[in-house]
Write a protein that binds this ligand. Structure first.
Ligand SMILES: *Cc1c(COP(=O)(O)O)cnc(C)c1O
Length: 379
């Protein structure tokens, strides 16, 4: 079915196509100069020392967890309210996910107070996910991590260019991971980026990204080296120059795109104000510059059945919606890691959340229509 108003719309023009054709004509299509240029521009925009492009964010998370020393049996404190890749990558290393609740229906991010209570002698790291691009309370997370000598990984997939007290998300912990999947703020089809200020972490990531080989084909082809050694068991997690050339075009557009999204959010706050205490709009008091990756709302006093009925009504009005997310700890494969836990707020939110359309081309008129339809659907 095609919707009158989709959940998301690609911010693509003829420029992305042109960039791809140029790369194809250049003749170097695997990891090479376009990846390097994309990495450089990304690092500059985030004011971070190093950026390494990868095939997608799932590989980014795997590499970062691995390089930061997470290994079999280690406990990693993580949100359950995230995309499953955040946690799957913990399992790639046979480490143990320890699910932590969020702050409230108003703040859908992991709760530092609850994080600290979950720390044991086995805890190795904390993974945070900045929901919809709104910052986790990083001051508290970083001071807890420091007190207990833990690594901090930011799953910043929702938040390119989002800020926390003047710093860009992804650059505050030991490393940050980004996705350029088609429906993200920056879209290349598949793609990802790792950022870090730690030179050793960067070198180790570059090594493991490409089979553990000490040089890459592009370096050899351009005469910088003729031989290579293999010094660790690595992977092939590289991005290629075709995707990177799309990424460069997307990076040139993102600041404007985010500014427009901020206006879309403002329209939503104005229009949905009429719904009084029927809904909660998370992060309503946020004043930071954020990516507005998605626009989540919580239906107050809701059940899963009622929420799904409201979504069906919205769809019949031609408006696409989504749910972010089903709780990871409830998935069959993760039940054995969640037997003794109660994530009260997460469990409430996953049954009452609806994600409304969010993209920069949305007009005030369309937001008015969405709000009117929501009002109807809530009846
Ligand atoms: C999209 C997403 C991922 C996975 O990214 P891929 O590039 O598709 O592997 C991980 N975590 C979060 C929070 C995401 O939104």
């Amino acid at each position: 079915m095609s919707y009158k108003i989709p959940l998301f719309d690609l911010n693509f023009s003829e420029l992305e196509g042109k960039a791809v054709v140029e790369t194809l004509k250049d003749g170097w299509i695997s990891t090479g100069p376009k990846c390097l240029a994309f990495e450089k521009q990304f690092a500059e925009m985030l004011d971070v020392k190093h950026a390494v492009s990868v095939a997608n964010c799932t590989t980014a998370l795997h590499l970062v967890y691995d390089v930061l020393g997470i290994t079999a049996g280690d406990e990693v404190i993580c949100p359950s309210l995230s995309f499953v890749a955040t946690v799957n990558a913990i399992r790639y290393l046979n480490a143990i996910p320890v699910f932590c609740d969020i702050v409230s229906e108003d703040n859908l991010n992991i709760d530092p107070e609850k994080v600290e209570k979950l720390i044991t002698a086995k805890t190795k790291a904390i993974v945070v996910m900045h929901f919809a691009g709104f910052p986790v309370d990083m001051d508290n997370i970083m001071s807890i991590a420091k007190r207990h000598s833990l690594k901090v990984i930011e799953d910043a997939c929702h938040g390119p260019l989002s800020e926390y007290k003047g710093k860009k998300l992804g650059t505050i912990g030991d490393a940050g991971c980004f996705s350029f999947f088609s429906n993200k703020n920056i879209s290349t089809g598949e793609g990802g980026m790792i950022v870090t200020n730690n030179k050793e972490v960067e070198s180790e990531i570059r090594l493991k990204r490409s089979h553990g080989m000490t040089s890459m084909s592009y370096q050899r082809a351009s005469g910088h080296s003729t031989e290579y050694d293999v010094v660790t068991v690595g992977y092939n997690y590289r991005m290629d120059d075709i995707h990177a050339s799309i990424g460069i075009v997307q990076l040139n557009k993102i600041q404007k795109d985010l500014e427009k999204r901020a206006v879309v959010r403002k329209y939503y706050l104005e229009e949905l104000g009429n719904l009084g205490n029927l809904i909660t709009i998370p992060f309503k008091k946020n004043t930071e510059f954020v990516s507005n990756y998605i626009f989540p709302i919580i239906i107050n006093n809701c059940t899963k059945t009622k929420r799904d009925e409201i979504r069906n009504k919205m769809h019949s009005f031609g408006i696409q919606t989504s749910v972010h997310y089903p709780a990871i700890h409830s998935f069959s494969i993760y039940k054995r890691f969640s037997q003794d836990i109660r994530l009260e707020i997460t469990e409430k939110v996953v049954n009452s959340e609806i994600t409304l359309p969010m993209y920069s081309k949305l007009t005030q008129k369309e937001i008015k229509y969405i709000s009117k339809c929501l009002q109807q659907s809530l009846k």
